[in-house]
Design a protein around this ligand. Structure first.
Ligand code: GLA
Length: 724
């Protein structure tokens, strides 16, 4: 630690492994802490040499003072301070009757250096507030920060805003984000970042419209090139995400929970923390950014077994539960290689359509006169699959015994008409009686039945999130996290999936308690290609539920061949969402083959690194997965729309060991179109062996495919003995 002019410097270095597994300097983080004022991010990026003189770097960043501006420039800090002249959104905004807490000016109290980074404590004696910034590089390379505000005065304060701020390079002038709707999650948009960009989510859950992530970088950044930073707020509720710049040229990202008016009140000595704000830097494009987030998710997930193949009953039967048909479907599923069978919506008392019964978590006696055990033991004991069950615990239908008994347990303002969505209201989990009721029902069912997996659904936005007068959307999310945490502790072997009308609640906040996301209710493979690509920027394939739907998609009416559907589902955590009783014998054989490929390669997809590789004309895309030891790879080339050229352009598969020989195997493909192609590529029917450099730098020419087709290629290192 060096010190200059009342500023101390704190440096954290992260080691990574190079191509051959040798440890090398990976990332460097440098924080400058002035005695008066908030800490500044001096550097976050690829490693700086150990010899770097931090004081000189700091000096080099002290810019000229322009005419027409403040006499002393306001620093771009990690906790921008309104009282010190920051003219944009400050990190802290609060109201108190006895002191000016809205304009806090921070002084350094202490910096604790930990292995995971720094805990920087600051206070303002006038405002009687303290803040603590925990900031550091995680082993994945991801930068984590979290801000905590404490009321050190006697009078209450109302907190209006508590935001994490991440300064980024001034040359980052392009921004990428996500938008969407039901069945169209994770759509990607790009534009010049020349104005303030703001995403405000007031849906209560993240919603399909507002995935809490943003990427900024230098002009033209792409999958494999460009300096950039991707950032994500690990929170499943209301949020504000901003990308902004100042007249001086500072650029920064800001992320916070959006507090509704008066929602957060702190009494003396009470604190509130932001969620984690996570960011990854890459000097070589989006894939390297995603790979850091994927590693980070993996550290948190701690999966102990391969992701089993699912069959989910929803699109097969909807609410029409019939024991004979459910068992027949389970048998058909086990026959093709399914490993986990999930009974979706429709199993609980009075749930025959989506208008009633949410909240009445008792098994429906008309559909299941002997309870769920006959089905569960058939699935588990006779067929050897795991059993999963659908719930939507945070909800209540006005037409339910629960609501009739406790109308005041719903989140709604009694003074106004409630706004229904899918005929339901949100249950007020911050109300202890409501929380206890749901907790008791879940614990009772998980104790009575051997349930391996829960599909935890949540199908509406919050409106009027209050039980009385004050809003409490924040408390609702906290109560949800508490409930999930209690369940995980009590039933550690049970896995929970986060579903929300498809992918309306996907984030690292809920990932702390869940193991899978249902990415979208849309199982149309063409739509899924875009949805899944968007999903993959921040989350790894093993948490992305991706199912083989029926021939004709239920949400778009498009028809696709099994290869395109199965190959697309293979890119995530594969499952089936299709009434296999309608599939013919040939289709079942095809599915069984795809399932065995998935089982053979899931460790490559789920433990290796993944790359998105767009074609030059943007009409095809390849997902490339390579095992950590670089001996096994899997490529799924998908022709989405008509190619611009008559021939397929070479597909280059990065990161293979340059001198190592690899065999290329075509495992599966969509029908080969004779109407587009007189002859297949010369290598197609041969035993093709190439070294890694050729595959990575020259590439492979594929056949011509119809739009909405794909091919599955396996790349396997050839043992030395076998070399030609
Ligand atoms: C939501 C989910 C679906 C299904 C239905 C059941 O829409 O996203 O997968 O579980 O609810 O009602």
């Amino acid at each position: 630690m060096s010190e200059v002019k009342n500023v101390s410097f704190y440096r954290q270095d992260l080691l990574t492994k190079d191509l051959l597994g040798k440890e090398q300097q990976g990332k460097t983080l440098v924080i400058a802490c002035p005695k008066q004022g908030a800490p500044e991010l001096l550097y976050f990026g690829d490693a700086l040499p150990k010899t770097t003189d931090l004081a000189s770097v700091y000096l080099s960043q002290q810019a000229a003072i322009p005419q027409g501006m403040m006499d002393k420039p306001t620093p771009m800090s990690l906790i921008p301070e309104a009282g010190r002249g920051w003219l944009q959104t400050p990190a802290v905004e609060a109201i108190a009757e006895d002191r000016p807490v809205w304009a806090a000016c921070w002084s350094l109290v202490a910096v604790d250096e930990k292995q995971s980074g720094f805990v920087i404590r600051l206070e303002d004696k006038v405002a009687q507030l303290s803040v603590t910034l925990a900031i550091g590089l995680l082993p994945s390379g991801v930068l984590r920060q979290q801000l905590t505000l404490t009321n050190q005065g006697q009078a209450n304060i109302t907190v209006q805003r508590l935001a994490c701020t991440l300064p980024v390079a001034s040359q980052f002038t392009e921004r990428m984000g996500f938008y969407g709707r039901w069945c169209q999650e994770f759509q990607q948009e790009r534009c010049d970042w020349q104005a303030t960009w703001l995403q405000e989510n007031r849906n209560g859950r993240n919603s399909q419209a507002n995935f809490p992530a943003v990427i900024v970088g230098e002009q033209g950044f792409g999958e494999q090139q460009g300096d950039l930073v991707g950032a994500h707020l690990a929170w499943s509720g209301n949020h504000r995400l901003k990308a902004d710049y100042t007249a001086e040229g500072h650029r920064y990202l800001q992320a916070e929970v959006l507090y509704l008016p008066g929602e957060i009140v702190l009494a003396a000595n009470e604190s509130i923390s932001t969620p984690e704000f996570l960011a990854a830097h890459s000097a070589s494009g989006l894939n390297a950014m995603s790979q850091q987030f994927h590693q980070e998710a993996r550290h948190r997930l701690k999966l102990t077994k391969p992701r089993p193949v699912h069959l989910n009953t929803w699109e097969a039967f909807y609410f029409d539960h019939d024991m004979a048909k459910l068992k027949a479907l389970a048998k058909a599923a086990a026959d093709v290689g399914v490993e986990r069978y999930i009974l979706d919506d429709g199993w609980f008392r009075g749930r025959h359509h989506d208008k009633a019964a949410l909240g009445d978590w008792f098994v429906d006696e008309t559909k299941y006169p002997n309870g769920l055990l006959p089905l569960i033991s058939y699935v588990r004991n006779d067929l050897g699959m795991e059993f999963g069950l659908w719930f939507e615990p945070e909800m209540v239908n006005p037409d339910s015994d629960l609501f009739r008994a406790h109308p005041d347990w719903a989140l709604q303002l009694p003074q106004y008409e409630p706004a229904l969505a899918r005929n339901q209201l949100v249950l007020n989990l911050a109300k202890p009686e409501a929380y206890q009721y749901i907790r008791e029902r879940l614990f009772a069912l998980f104790t009575e039945y051997p349930i391996d997996y829960v599909k935890w659904d949540m199908n509406r936005d919050y409106t009027q999130p209050s039980g009385d007068i004050a809003p409490q959307a924040h408390a609702q999310v906290e109560a949800l996290y508490r409930l999930l945490s209690e369940l995980n502790q009590a039933f550690p072997a049970m896995e929970i999936e986060s579903c929300s009308s498809g992918g309306a609640r996907v984030d690292f906040g809920i990932l702390n308690f869940t193991k899978r996301f249902w990415a979208s209710d849309c199982n149309d493979a063409l739509e899924r290609q875009t949805i899944q690509r968007g999903f993959s920027y921040f989350l790894p394939p093993e948490v992305m539920g991706s199912h083989i739907g029926p021939d004709k998609s239920h949400t778009t009416s498009r028809i696709h061949d099994v290869a395109f559907r199965a190959g697309t589902a293979m890119l995530g955590h594969l499952g089936i969402e299709w009434n296999l009783l309608d599939a013919n014998a040939e289709q079942k054989v095809t599915i069984a083959n795809w399932l065995s490929h998935y089982k053979q390669y899931r460790s490559v997809l789920h433990e290796g690194n993944n790359w998105r590789l767009p074609s030059a004309d943007g009409r095809a895309q390849t997902q490339w997965a390579l095992s950590q030891d670089r001996t096994q790879g899997l490529a799924v080339y998908s022709q989405l729309t008509m190619p611009k050229q008559a021939q397929t352009l070479p597909v280059r598969l990065p990161n293979l060991l340059p001198d190592q020989l690899y065999r290329v195997n075509v495992l599966e493909h969509s029908p080969l179109p004779g109407h587009l192609m007189k002859a297949l590529p010369a290598w197609w029917k041969k035993d093709l062996i190439l070294n890694g450099a050729s595959l990575s730098q020259v590439g492979l020419r594929l056949p011509i495919f119809d739009p909405e087709s794909l091919v599955l290629l396996a790349i396997q290192a050839v043992p030395v003995m076998e070399k030609h």
